[in-house]
Design a protein around this ligand. Structure first.
Ligand code: DQA
Length: 146
């Protein structure tokens, strides 16, 4: 049986819908999960969808993905800009990785311009809102060796 796509979400993304709607819109994480599941289902992909506020938990999940997943769609949120541990976990995972951000991080504060995820990512999507997750699912559907 083929392995699922891990869709991992980092800190504060549980607050989507009410958090800075002028930046992140009003779509909730549950809405995003529904969009991801719908597109993945249409592409014949299974999904494990999770959110955590903990850096170590993200590292644990990336390590788990190493043996349990076909790929990782990651919005590491603020840890994108700080976490060498997430960089190293992705490097060790040796899986296809899509980095997704709802907002265009390059049009925001300069501390968001640096990503520790991008060097390990095959695809980087920023600024498309929730649709970025759907595009990333499409990319996995096209590129996974199934
Ligand atoms: C984010 C962008 C990050 O800079 C920020 O810390 C987030 C969300 C995004 O999806 O646009 O929490 O990853």
């Amino acid at each position: 049986m083929s392995k699922p796509l891990y869709v991992l979400n980092g800190p504060n993304l549980n607050l989507l819908g009410t958090r800075n709607p002028e930046v992140y819109g009003t779509t909730t994480l549950a809405d995003i999960e529904a969009m991801v599941r719908e597109r993945a289902g249409a592409c014949g992909l299974e999904v494990v969808f999770r959110q955590t506020n903990g850096e170590g938990t993200l590292v644990d999940w990336i390590q788990e993905a190493r043996s349990e997943a076909c790929g990782i769609l990651l919005n590491a949120a603020a840890y994108t800009h700080t976490s060498v541990a997430i960089h190293d976990a992705l490097e060790a995972a040796e899986l296809p990785v899509a980095e997704v951000h709802l907002s265009n991080v390059h049009r925001r504060e300069s501390f968001r311009h640096r990503s520790f995820v991008s060097p390990q990512a095959d695809v980087v999507l920023a600024g498309a809102g929730a649709y970025g997750y759907v595009m990333a699912v499409d990319w996995f559907a096209q590129h996974l060796d199934r």
